[in-house]
Structure formats: structure tokens, C-alpha cells
Design a protein around this ligand. Structure first.
Ligand SMILES: CSC[C@H]1O[C@H](OP(=O)(O)O)[C@H](O)[C@@H]1O
Length: 362
């Protein structure tokens, strides 16, 4: 999408064979990119959330395998790279999906062909993601347009959680893609942006994206959404997904489940936008089966921001002696999901719904 009227993707290949990615740990106060020249660089970028968001994690994993193949195209090196990249973050299924696709292709090719093949396949995965996300935008925009027709004379109020915009993918994004498409179609809308503690992807990344697109939005504390829904100030919710099971259970950023409960209690439509690369067809019960990443406690006990002197500063927000727990995701059962918005259309959060759209994958 656009930053200062210049189009960007979140990740791209450099002429020297390295890979470049927007460093999302610097946003919104500094725009910086990071050069990934090795498997180690790619593993670190995923683990430290320089790149984050299920689709983007998958694409970065694909490029990480390409960088590994450039260094050593042998079978053992490919397997080792697959294993290290897969372990970088456990929850988003796109990572495993992309790595398995790359490994299948590379191990079936001659080692001498693997470097070129790997970069071409990583680029194809990136291009596919951008196309899928734009299509999610088109299908989801129809839902926003329908909500606008129900509430003439005022903006459609949409609540979103975390960042599932173009920064979470290669371009367009998932949950924000319908918002971009509807806004460009002239729909009057406003977005409630959950700050999304502890990493504040909403406050720092979603707000950055919406500002760049000129979309009206209000950043809110995570615990505000239920109150807004009780007072009729939310017409629909759209969130992303890191892993959706074949029966429609949705794993997403911590706090999503609580938003879905509030939406269900207040009759607010709760939509989940995802590409098919985020569907885990091997899983059914998301609460029981999806591995929930636990990140370092320091992400809860400390926070970073821009000091009045213009320096980015990190401060402690808890007493030194207080332990902290940092669960990065939760699972929203399918019964609380109004519909899934994919690149092939909108379906019920159910096995039948997903089979109907993806008979070739189910
Ligand atoms: C379109 S996937 C976005 C998804 O990924 C985020 O997690 P993280 O920032 O930790 O990678 C969050 O769950 C978003 O909904």
C-alpha cells in the first residue's frame, strides 16, 4: 500500500539476492527497512517481529528457505532451514504452509536448480498473497456496503483488533482490505482501532495504515469495545486470523475471543478475514489443538513510545517484583464467528462452509 504516496509491499527481493522487509518494530515513529541476507536473518526477523502477521510470516519463511538454498542447496541444509524457520513462531499456520510448499518443490529439484527455483517460488507465494488479499477486500467490501445501506446518513462503524492490514501481509491485508476497498468505493466509514496490548499492533500499525489511507479512525483501549457495542456504536467487527481450523475455529491475537463474546452478546456481526493459506485442514478443535505462542514477559512489563524529546524510549509499567504472563493468541470458537471472508468469497464458519468454497483443499 502507500506510504507518503509511494507504493510499498512489506517484503521484496534486492538486486544482490538479499531480501528487504519493512521493519515493523520501528513503526509508527520511524520508517526503516531491514536487509535479510541469510537464513539466520530470516529466522530472527520472524522471531523478533520485524515482520509479523500470518501471511507475511509465511512469505518471509519462504524467502528464508531461498536464502538458505543460496548458501547450501543440499537436502540436509534445506531440511535444517525448514526446521529452524518453522520453530521461529508456532501459531500462524501460514509459516508451515509456505515452508512445506517450498520444501516439496526444492527436494524434488536438482540442487543446482534450487536457488533460482526457491526465489521464484517465494516471489510467487508473495504475489499470490497480494492477489488473495485484494480479493478478500472485494468480497468483504460488499458486507460493509450492505451495512452502510442499513444506516444511511452516518458512517459505518467498524471495530478491528490487532493489525491485519497490509503490514500483516504482502499488500492490501486481510481484515483491513475490505475497509480499503469500501472506502475507495466511497462508503462513509469509521474504524475503532483496538490498541491491542501488549505489542500494540493496533495503536502502532493499524492506526499508521489507516492514517496513510486517510480513513477516519479512533484508537481505543482494548477493554472499550464491549461498551461501544452495548451503545450501538459498532455496526460490525472484522479481524484477521493466524490459524483457522477446518470447522471454523479462529485463532487470532489475544483478546479476539473477548471481542467475539461481546459482539455475540450485542448482536454485532463478527467477521474473520483470511486467505486459504491460513486454514489448517488437519485441525478441528482450535481451543484444544492450536499451539498458543507465549512471548517474553518483558512485552507486558515494558512499553515503548516516543518521548517528548523525539527519542523512542522504553519504560517499565509494572513493579520489578511482579511476574507477567504473555499469551500472544486466543481461539474464538466457530459458533461466535458470523462469517469467514476469503479470497473465494464469504462462507459460514463451519466445515460445510469451508468445504463449499475450497472443495479442492478440504
Ligand atoms: C492477517 S494475519 C494478522 C494477525 O497476525 C497478528 O499476530 P502477530 O502480530 O503476533 O503476528 C494478529 O493475530 C493479526 O490478526
Amino acid at each position: 500500500m502507500r506510504i507518503d504516496s509511494r507504493h510499498y509491499r512489506t517484503i521484496w527481493e534486492n538486486a544482490d539476492g538479499s531480501v528487504e522487509a519493512i521493519d515493523q518494530t520501528s513503526l509508527p515513529h520511524r520508517f526503516e527497512t531491514k536487509r535479510l541476507a541469510s537464513l539466520d536473518d530470516a529466522v530472527a526477523a520472524i522471531a523478533t517481529m520485524v515482520v509479523r502477521g500470518a501471511p507475511l510470516i509465511g512469505v518471509t519463511g519462504a524467502y528464508g528457505l531461498a536464502l538458505a538454498a543460496a548458501a547450501d542447496p543440499g537436502d540436509e541444509a534445506i531440511e535444517e532451514a525448514h526446521s529452524r524457520l518453522a520453530a521461529a513462531r508456532p501459531t500462524a499456520v501460514n509459516l508451515r504452509w509456505a515452508l512445506d510448499r517450498m520444501r516439496r518443490l526444492l527436494l524434488s529439484a536438482a540442487p543446482s536448480d534450487r536457488r533460482a527455483l526457491a526465489f521464484a517460488e517465494a516471489a510467487a507465494i508473495a504475489d499470490d498473497d497480494a492477489l488473495c488479499c485484494e480479493s478478500i477486500g472485494d468480497h468483504g467490501a460488499a458486507l460493509i456496503c450492505a451495512a452502510a445501506a442499513e444506516h444511511p446518513g452516518r458512517p459505518v462503524n467498524i471495530l478491528t483488533h490487532c493489525n491485519a492490514g497490509w503490514l500483516a501481509a504482502v499488500d492490501w491485508g486481510t481484515a483491513l482490505a475490505p475497509i480499503y476497498k469500501a472506502a475507495r468505493d466511497g462508503i462513509d466509514l469509521h474504524v475503532w482501532v483496538d490498541e491491542t496490548r501488549p505489542r500494540n499492533q493496533g495503536a502502532s500499525l493499524t492506526a499508521f495504515e489507516l492514517s496513510g489511507e486517510g480513513i477516519p479512525h479512533t484508537v481505543i483501549a482494548d477493554n472499550t469495545g464491549g461498551h461501544l457495542m452495548q451503545h450501538g456504536l459498532v455496526d460490525l467487527c472484522i479481524v484477521g486470523s493466524d490459524r483457522t481450523t477446518r470447522i471454523g475455529d479462529v485463532c487470532n491475537k489475544i483478546g479476539t475471543y473477548l471481542k467475539a463474546l461481546a459482539a455475540h452478546d450485542n448482536g454485532v456481526p463478527f467477521y474473520v478475514a483470511l486467505p486459504s493459506s491460513t486454514i489448517d485442514w488437519a485441525m478441528r478443535d482450535g481451543v484444544a489443538e492450536i499451539p498458543i505462542e507465549q512471548r517474553d514477559a518483558s512485552e507486558v512489563t515494558h512499553i515503548s513510545g516516543l518521548a517528548d524529546n523525539g527519542a523512542v524510549t522504553r519504560v517499565r509499567v509494572t513493579p520489578k517484583g511482579s511476574p507477567a504472563a504473555n499469551y500472544a493468541f486466543d481461539v474464538t470458537p466457530a459458533r461466535l464467528v458470523g462469517a469467514l471472508i476469503s479470497e473465494r468469497g464469504v462462507c459460514a464458519a463451519s466445515e460445510a462452509g469451508l468445504r463449499g468454497l475450497f472443495p479442492d483443499l478440504a
